[in-house]
Design a protein around this ligand. Structure first.
Ligand code: AMP
Ligand code: ZN
Length: 500
């Protein structure tokens, strides 16, 4: 079965065929760094994190680029309010964003370019557009001429006339068409500015993303993502600039847009004043619960956000957590080591595990339908809970084998979606923020290292009592988890070597 992706450009699901076999080049519009991000923004980054993880699970080599818009009117305004430089504001909120992403367990991008570090590429593009007659300069500003680009409106599905009537665009005498947009803005005194053929100034927002995505991924890359509010004008303008500049199409093969997080039917947004910050939510709920919120709804549908939605997500998460906990505690109990002869029921159950994974894949292949994929996971949870209850009453020799298979499958499917990530993956996502480990020491919980040490203490004790069966069990279970235990003359030593 092929993977199908809904393409905003064609307004239908299409079979996913990347530019280069086995590889996916992906660009997601990053934050404008002038404030802390809210739950609506978080949804966008979670959605594309889930899509990225699924593509990796599907065997693709994914290159993921996400920019920082670190020069912008809003950053300049914020700097003025706070008596800081725009650069100070940008660096501060860039750091805050990295921390929020780490705390949400979003994989860091392969490349995270800053707009201010890609200015030469933007100037090259703007100059090219002027030379080709797609752009014009007026008093130190440069505008893109939308009428010169015949495909303008193809992403949002509107003609120039419709857009002109629908949008409240301010009349600017200097523009040839009201929808012409700035590629370059002349600098006012005190604003950040770079030299250009049109005088000192700074780039417009749209050209930033075109320049950065083309520079790092090249023309015709596979997936361009962002929230639905970016379709027009941001992505429409990116297409116009990039296709006009290169003289080729398509700029992007698949346009993917996530739905909004709403509060009482209104989009969560700073301008409406109804935002809830990610860092506030993460004080009350674990990252996985916030992720569950994104997973339980299809990524293109809206999410109605509120205390109930979070409590629902929390309950659903606990169902998974309880099942994994029950499986793990069952599996760490000592079991008789007899030949694992399976009952008929157990043979059927273990055969059905393959079927669960197939159905999970089928759901995700259908335009990343995480809601359906979660449904498959819940069914598996139910099945495993029933099996564990049966084992409590009528233990069978193959119990630990079957429960182990079930646990591994459940964990694997959850981890494809970014849930229950092992500690080492979280480690990888830690950016250099200086906050490092202590923020993960939630409420004094012991670290995995402390727990392994404790297990080895117990193992030393049972060995002294000549209970080698238990000692071996501890060692082999740790080995399954990637921890190798060596018995040396001076005692035991352990090392994390990765899963066998
Ligand atoms: P911004 O910093 O406003 O450009 O937003 C960053 C990302 O979050 C973009 O992909 C937006 O489309 C997305 N976004 C903003 N508000 C919401 C919302 N309420 N729900 C879902 N996505 C949003
Ligand atoms: Zn963008």
């Amino acid at each position: 079965m092929a993977l199908a992706v809904y393409n905003t450009m064609t307004r239908r699901k299409e079979e996913f065929r990347p530019r280069e076999e086995g590889k996916v080049a992906m660009y997601v519009c990053g934050p404008t760094v002038y404030n802390y991000i809210h739950v609506g923004n978080a949804r966008a980054y979670l959605v594309f994190d889930i899509i990225r993880r699924y593509l990796i699970y599907r065997g693709y080599e994914v290159r993921y680029v996400q920019n920082f818009t670190d020069v912008d009117d809003k950053i300049i305004a914020r700097a003025r309010e706070e008596g800081k430089t725009p650069e100070e504001i940008a660096r501060f909120y860039e750091q805050a964003f990295l921390e929020d992403m780490r705390d949400l367990r979003v994989m860091p991008p392969d490349v995270a370019p800053r707009a201010t570090e890609t200015i030469p590429r933007m100037l090259e593009m703007i100059q090219g557009l002027v030379e080709k007659g797609y752009a014009y300069a007026v008093d130190g500003d440069v505008y893109f001429s939308v009428e010169r680009f015949p495909g303008y409106g193809k992403l949002s599905g509107r003609s120039l006339e419709e857009m002109r009537a629908g949008e409240r665009v301010e009349v600017d005498e200097r523009k040839r068409h009201p929808l012409d947009f700035a590629l370059w803005k002349s600098a006012k005194p005190g604003e950040p500015a770079w030299d250009s053929p049109w005088g000192k100034g700074r780039p417009g927002w749209h050209i930033e993303c075109s320049a950065m995505s083309l520079h790092y991924l090249g023309m015709g890359f596979d997936i361009h993502g962002g929230g639905q509010d970016l379709v027009f004008p941001h992505h429409e303008n990116e297409i116009a600039q990039s296709e006009a500049y290169t003289g080729r199409e398509p700029f992007v093969r698949y346009w993917v847009h996530n739905g909004f997080v709403n509060i009482r039917e209104e989009k969560m947004s700073k301008s409406l004043g109804n935002i809830i910050l990610v860092r506030e939510i993460l004080k009350k709920y674990p990252a996985d619960v916030v992720r569950m919120l994104a997973l339980q709804t299809h990524y293109r549908s809206p999410i109605d956000f509120g205390p109930e939605a979070l409590e629902d997500a929390k309950r659903a998460y606990e169902r998974l957590e309880n099942c994994l906990f029950a499986l793990n505690s069952y599996l760490t109990r000592p079991h008789a080591r007899t030949a694992p002869v399976r009952t008929q029921r157990e043979t059927e159950l273990s055969d059905s595990f393959l079927d669960y994974e197939r159905r999970f894949r089928e759901a995700m292949d259908d335009d990343f339908n995480t809601a359906r994929a979660m449904g498959v996971i819940y069914e598996l949870v139910k099945e495993l809970n029933t099996y564990l209850q049966e084992q409590e009453r009528f233990p069978t020799p193959a119990g630990p084998v079957i429960a182990g298979m079930g646990r591994d499958l459940l964990l694997k499917l959850c981890q494809v979606l970014g849930l229950f990530l092992p500690a080492e993956e979280v480690e990888e996502a830690v950016f250099e923020t200086g906050r490092g480990v202590e923020s993960r020491d939630v409420a004094g919980l012991p670290s995995p290292e402390q727990l392994i040490d404790l297990l080895l203490e117990v193992r030393a004790l049972v060995r002294r009592k000549k209970d080698y069966e238990t000692a071996d069990l501890i060692r082999s279970r740790l080995k399954e988890m990637g921890v190798r235990v060596d018995d040396l003359r001076e005692g035991q030593r352990w090392k994390y070597v990765g899963k066998p």
